[in-house]
Design a protein around this ligand. Structure first.
Ligand code: DOR
Ligand code: ZN
Length: 376
């Protein structure tokens, strides 16, 4: 594969829209280049390992700020963004959009700087202790009311990791309890605040977003669309299926599928692709996160296909998120071919391996032609 075929803008598809195979099933799908509205790339040497995977498929990604230490200021976000851009392969036009990590001590003036920067498009609420590197997160939502007021006023969206964290709440109920105790009151208190309920996993969350106003939206991951909680224990303990919020029952997975396939513009793509070295997942106390960036588009296409809803895939993947964030869609296109391909057993990562979801198994849809350029 030449460098040219990897470049955005030179990989335009030969055909537009869905193409039928001789047997009548869909054989290819051309769509506006998608964006990933929820992505972890970490920092340092991790960037060269993972940024090219996202850049090969997505035009833009909203980069999560849960580094150690977290990205809490506009200045930190600016230099982090530059480090990410340095890992974008030449000729690719990937744009990292940045988010700020809110703490109990974030001053409202930081929101002014973030908004003025032009490249920070959201601030992230991690309840303290909810997930990876969230210990500097919010301990009591009231503490950030002045910050949320400023965000509401300036039109800076709030991205929310929506899980209750008190130990009395069962891990499978954390999202539902968060909606009742925190998110519903928050939406009432700040009716003009744009909120993205991140990586929703339950029927209650899908229903909450559906019933909310146009200021509330949700991202949905590919793994929560395709797997239920049985996948955590299929034939043994499966650390590479462990993420947060944890996978839920089949009825919740079905509710998510229905939400994204409904055509409601307030559901959009966010992979939550989260790299962790194999050693740290295959451990006595394994990290949460599924690495999906190189195969996510194929996985999402599988999810829409099972529902006979591929005609609604482009809006979910490429249009709804940009519209919610007030950005234009990408100008170029990608093509997915219905062509099974084998996911590598692992990718090189730091001094270790990075095991993707579906490692060594197949995905039914393949990005053409850039997927050949994804490092093995
Ligand atoms: O599974 C997850 N991994 N969920 C999160 O919320 C964070 C992420 C990570 O950063 O590893
Ligand atoms: Zn995440």
């Amino acid at each position: 594969m030449t460098k040219e075929t990897l470049m955005h803008g030179t990989d335009r598809a030969p055909t537009q829209g869905p193409v039928l195979s001789p047997l009548g099933s869909l054989s290819s799908l051309t769509l506006t280049r998608p964006d990933d509205w929820h992505l972890h790339v970490r920092d340092g040497d991790s960037l060269d390992a993972v940024v090219p995977h996202s850049a090969a498929c997505f035009g833009r990604a909203l980069i999560m700020p849960n580094l150690r230490p977290p990205i809490t200021t506009t200045v930190q976000a600016l230099t982090y963004r530059e480090r990410i851009l340095a890992s974008v392969p030449q000729g690719m036009a990937f744009e990292p959009l940045m988010s700020l990590y809110l703490t109990d001590n974030t001053p409202p003036e930081e929101i002014d700087c973030a908004k003025a920067s032009g490249f920070i498009i959201a601030a992230k609420l991690y309840p303290a202790g909810a997930t990876t590197h969230s210990d500097a997160g919010i301990s009591a939502i009231d503490l950030i009311h002045p910050v949320l007021e400023r965000m509401e006023k300036l039109g800076l969206p709030l991205c929310v990791h929506g899980e209750a964290t008190t130990p009395d709440v069962d891990i499978f109920d954390r999202e539902r309890v968060f909606i009742e105790k925190t998110l519903s009151p928050l939406v009432r208190h700040f009716p003009g605040l744009k909120i993205v309920f991140e990586h929703i996993t339950t029927s209650e969350a899908a229903q909450f977003v559906r019933a909310a106003g146009t200021n509330v939206a949700a991202t949905v991951t590919a793994h929560h669309l395709l797997l239920n909680r049985n996948a955590l224990f299929a034939g043994g303990l499966r650390p590479h299926h462990y993420c947060l919020p944890v996978l839920k029952r089949e009825k919740h997975r079905r509710a998510l599928i229905q939400a994204v396939c409904s055509g409601n513009p307030r559901f959009f793509l966010g992979t939550d692709s989260a790299p962790h070295a194999a050693d740290t997942k295959e451990a006595a106390c394994g990290c949460a996160g599924c690495y999906t960036a190189p195969l996510a588009l194929g996985l999402y296409a599988e999810a829409f296909e099972t529902e006979g809803a591929l005609d609604r895939f482009e809006a979910f993947a490429s249009l709804n998120g940009a519209a919610f964030y007030g950005l234009p869609p990408n100008e170029d296109k990608i093509t997915l071919q219905r062509k099974s391909w084998k996911v590598p057993d692992y990718y090189a990562y730091l001094d270790d391996k990075l095991i993707p979801l579906r490692a060594g198994e197949t995905v039914a849809w393949k990005l053409a032609p850039m997927s050949d350029g994804v490092p093995p």
